[in-house]
Design a protein around this ligand. Structure first.
Ligand code: ADP
Ligand code: MG
Length: 633
């Protein structure tokens, strides 16, 4: 088999040039993270080698210790990082270093170009990868030899400006990679023992291979998740968390657990203070690191926890999985599935306890991670625990910040109340003005506010909590509210005469006549107190907001037909009856009905063309200004 000869001069791909340009020209002050990146690559390469070895692959130079060495020359201003990992073939160098494949760097660029934040705030939080070395290097040489038999060692050189050179080496280089850095004149301070040791301690202390500077191991190299809880200090936990996540603040919560039976595993989990999905599109960047007997099997495994708990970071290590397990078959492994369901329970139980012991803290956690958590409505196995942890704003809360659980709702419910009522809308202000809420306010019945689209999906999968059915207020069977006394004094609207009652019925028919098949029915309203009219879904269909959402998903722009309810105690409606009594065909009735109908559509989010409505309002204002000047004469 002939191999393409890759020796020679190569241009970097456009996106690499872009990244290099950002890194080299940013005024980022914490440039030392380049060492964190190179050490992390060396450690990855060693992890991969161990993985190959466990699989039984043939490996050259197998007598070498698995370690990372850092050497420096103060005079020359050079720094060399050597590892005995898997190394790279020429093809692999071109693929891995010449382009941006999956690495942290790709996310980094995306974040930068999608956000308005400047590079400075982002660089430190990201694994920016190999190229960060050019923040401090005028030239980098990489000598590497793959673990595979019959591969030649290769040398890669670049000044990071736009191109690189590759040469095959005939040397006796052993397996692994050596990164030789010529420091820029103004960055020579990095070629210093204390500086290097300090950087390693700060950023790479928990790398699980020895990092040697002048033959001295400088990192901790212990797997703290395997130590007994009592022997690990808060500082160590915090330090490990920062190392793991690149977060610069301590975690909000630390959950360390060791299980012996029926399956042995240790888990060290953290809940970050801040949602790390910084700009909302970093969705794939989650998962726990899976170890088997201290050997890293997979970074960011996505099956140890369900996606809705993806805000949890950490590691899981088991004695009971085979070391040579392949990542592809993990999900079918019975031991693995048991571990993963146990890890999930650990997190849910912890959250449950926290929500009871420290409401303040749980509320804080909810505000940060609740959005992600709500996506758990499809975890049927844990539905009860999941539902108990949900929090919503409600009509009982003083402002939009308040949070209520289903259990608290039930505690506060009326005697005999069998339903949990909710109302979906875009903001607290919007739902508070929703006419459907009026009767609930009058009767003092709490209504949960669903202010995010996911809320309704969540309850559509969880239609009941304990014995309570979840009901949208616009679908509620109002006869069930009859048994509850009004708490507020109802306005003393005048009793209607028998004749007016009859006229009202006729007026309803007239309204039906005006609106034609735009509505399914026109009825007297039992739910309205302050508003003259509203639209209501015909029984048993979806709630208004759910219907709206489905329509949006189906790109359906039609206006659904609903029942138009009229509040006969409203002053406007009483006046309409008078007008109707005088002249059933009065044009003013048409104007008012059209206006009430379009206002209701507007509230429900279905009014696509506001021109008619605005024209009508202007006309009505003009008329009322006549009246206003008349009475203020
Ligand atoms: P990432 O580590 O996120 O993949 P990097 O830019 O740090 O991104 O590295 C790019 C790739 O180069 C790595 O994925 C790896 O394949 C390869 N690489 C870098 N350093 C080494 C090394 N010391 N040994 C083997 N491969 C390496
Ligand atoms: Mg890397």
């Amino acid at each position: 088999m002939s191999k393409e000869n890759l020796s020679g001069h190569h241009e970097f791909k456009a996106e690499v040039k872009q990244l290099l340009n950002i890194l080299v020209h940013s005024l980022y002050t914490n440039k030392e993270i380049f060492l964190r990146e190179l050490v992390s690559n060396a450690s990855d390469a060693l992890d991969k080698l161990r993985f190959e070895s466990n699989k039984g692959s043939e490996i050259i130079d197998n007598d070498q210790d698995l370690e990372i060495k850092i050497a420096f020359d103060k005079e020359k201003g050079t720094l060399t990082i050597t590892d005995t990992g898997i190394g790279m073939t020429a093809e692999e160098i071109v693929k891995n270093i010449g382009t941006i494949a999956k690495s942290g760097s790709a996310d980094f660029i995306k974040q930068l170009s999608d956000s308005k934040e400047d590079a400075n705030n982002i660089i430190g939080k990201f694994g920016v990868g190999f190229y960060s070395v050019f923040m401090i290097a005028s030239e980098v040489t990489l000598k590497t030899k793959s673990f595979k038999k019959d591969e030649k060692a290769v040398m890669w050189t670049s000044d990071g400006l736009g191109s690189y050179d590759l040469v095959e080496l005939e040397s006796d280089k052993k397996r692994g990679t050596e990164v030789i850095i010529t420091l820029k004149e103004e960055e020579k301070e990095f070629a210093d023992k204390h500086r290097i040791e300090h950087i390693i301690k700060t950023h790479s202390n928990f790398i699980s291979f020895p990092i040697k500077v002048e033959d001295e191991v400088v990192n901790t190299v212990s797997a703290i998740w395997r130590e007994p809880k009592s022997s690990v200090t808060k500082e160590q936990y915090d330090e490990f968390y920062k190392f793991l996540t690149l977060d610069y603040t301590e975690p909000m919560e630390t959950i360390h657990r060791s299980v012996d039976a029926p399956i042995q595993f240790n888990s060290l989990l953290f809940i970050p203070k801040k949602n790390m999905d910084m700009f909302g599109f970093n969705r794939d960047d989650y998962g726990l690191d899976l170890y088997v007997r201290r050997v890293l099997i997979q970074h960011k495994n996505k099956d140890l926890l369900p996606e809705y708990l993806s805000f949890v970071k950490g590691v899981v290590d088991s004695e009971d999985l085979p070391l040579n397990i392949s990542r592809e078959t993990l999900q079918e492994n019975l031991v693995f599935t048991k571990i993963s369901s146990s890890v999930t329970s650990t997190v849910l139980n912890y959250l449950e306890k926290l929500s009871k012991d420290d409401k303040e803290k749980f509320a804080e956690l909810w505000r940060e991670h609740g959005k992600v958590f709500k996506l758990g409505y499809s975890d049927y196995a844990n539905q009860e625990k999941y539902s108990a942890l949900l929090r919503f704003n409600s009509s009982r809360c003083e402002d939009a910040k308040g949070l209520v659980s289903f259990d608290e709702y039930i505690e506060n419910a009326k005697e005999d109340q069998k339903e949990i009522y909710y109302l979906a809308g875009s903001s607290r202000e919007a739902v508070e003005l929703d006419p459907h809420l009026e009767i609930f306010k009058t009767k003092g019945i709490e209504v949960l506010f669903f202010l995010e689209p996911v809320d309704e999906f969540a309850v559509s999968a969880v239609p009941k909590y304990k014995e309570f059915e979840l009901k949208s207020v616009d679908q509620a069977d109002l006869s069930k509210l009859d048994k509850f006394e009004s708490e507020k004094v109802e306005d003393k609207s005048e009793e209607m005469t028998k004749d007016d009652e009859k006229s009202f019925d006729k007026l309803l028919k007239r309204i039906q006549n005006i609106l034609g098949d735009r509505v399914t029915d026109v009825k007297e309203s039992k739910r309205l107190k302050d508003s003259p009219a509203c639209l209501v879904n015909p029984d048993d269909s979806m709630s208004a907001s759910m219907q709206k959402m489905m329509q949006m998903m189906n790109k359906d722009a039609s206006v659904p037909k609903k029942i138009f309810e009229i509040n006969k105690n409203h002053k406007l409606v009483r006046n309409l009856i008078k007008i109707y009594n005088k002249n059933a065909e009065d044009d003013y009735i048409i104007t008012v009905v059209e206006q009430l109908y379009e206002s209701s559509l507007l509230l429900e989010g279905y009014l696509t063309d506001p021109h008619k409505l605005v024209g009508r309002i202007n006309k009505l204002l003009e008329n009322s200004s006549d009246w206003y000047t008349e009475i203020n004469k």
